[in-house]
Design a binder for this molecule. Structure first.
Ligand code: UDP
Ligand code: MG
Length: 305
């Protein structure tokens, strides 16, 4: 098998006909030895029946149907574990990742690149809030994590077999793919493209889901937040010693005015302590998940595999 295309789908029935029309004509010129691997992530609409009829007509359409919705990261992992191509493309179903780009990915792969990723030239398709928060997230992430992720690179990419194997060798359950892609390394290159609006259907990512995604990405790739409370603690201790010396000199510590000051300081640092506890909690919950060592997903059904 030359080329595998992995597509996670969650309630994408509306967009599948358009995807079908655009995908095959792009793959054929690259190689005829390809497979399109759909991972049905617990869809409740007619996604699965549609895929099945498509799969009956074309044996190169393969389907893994998960036992429930496990999230995109788990779905992509399931796809990677079942893809057999020398090159593996990961793309969204909603045509925001234009299939035509695969040809360019394929050329770069022929030139010897292991990780060819799409870079969004414009984020016009996203709302202002999503754009700015994404920007802030990339900045923060690249400050904190060991391996930076390229700005505006999404999950849309081609991986060589060895890069895909490297990803699969990472044992963690909490899989922040963007971080993992750059962590494994290998020869990488970005290909700019204009990201389109969703062709049909609705986005599966609300604000809260994105927020949690960002937190889990940061805590999965950096231990810096754990250390920050140590430094704040040291700073506070030094300040308090200086403060103690100063008040001893002043001798009038319990006048009314000072009492207010004591209260404010007390409240502020109770807050700091709770935040530090919360950060530790974030890591603890992640350790808890990893220690449980549950499989990332369960498969309900496989078709053409
Ligand atoms: N997706 C998935 N499981 C989920 C959420 C999304 O498999 O729980 C798939 C979805 O079907 C699509 C891709 O992940 O193919 C990207 O989702 P979406 O377009 O909603 O995200 P956005 O582009 O808005 O970030
Ligand atoms: Mg999308």
């Amino acid at each position: 098998m030359d080329l595998s295309v992995i597509i996670p789908v969650f309630n994408e029935a509306e967009v599948l006909p358009q995807l079908q029309a655009r995908l095959a004509p792009v793959l054929q010129p690259c190689t005829s030895d390809y497979e399109i691997l759909f991972v049905n992530d617990g869809s409740s609409d007619s996604t699965l029946p549609l895929l099945k009829t498509w799969g009956q007509k074309d044996k190169r359409i393969k389907i893994i149907s998960l036992s429930r919705n496990f999230g995109k990261e788990a779905a992509v992992t399931a796809g990677l574990q079942h893809a057999s191509g020398k090159a593996v493309v990961i793309m969204d179903a909603d045509l925001q990742d234009p299939p035509e780009l695969i040809r360019e990915f394929w050329e770069k792969f022929q030139e010897g690149y292991d990780n060819v990723y799409g870079i969004r030239k414009n984020r016009a398709a996203d709302s202002f809030l999503k754009r700015t928060s994404a920007q802030a997230f990339y900045k923060l992430y690249n400050h904190l994590a060991d391996t930076p992720i390229p700005y505006n690179a999404g999950d849309y990419r081609l991986l060589s077999r060895r890069a895909a194997e490297a990803l699969l060798a990472l044992p963690e359950r909490e899989r922040f793919m963007k971080g993992l892609f750059s962590w494994v390394g290998y020869k990488s290159i970005g290909v700019p493209f204009a990201r389109e609006k969703r062709a049909a259907g609705k986005t599966k990512w609300g604000f809260w889901k994105l927020w949690n995604f960002a937190i889990s990405g940061l805590t999965a790739s950096s231990t810096w937040p754990l250390k920050v409370s140590t430094y704040i603690g040291v700073l506070v201790c030094v300040t308090s010693v200086l403060f103690a010396i100063w008040t001893t000199c002043q001798q009038t510590i319990f006048s009314n005015e000072k009492y207010t000051f004591v209260m404010i300081t007390l409240l502020f640092f109770s807050g700091v302590q709770l935040i530090s506890l919360g950060i530790i909690g974030e890591y603890l919950s992640r350790i808890f998940c990893e220690v449980k060592n549950r499989p990332a997903y369960f498969i309900d059904e496989k078709i053409n595999l």
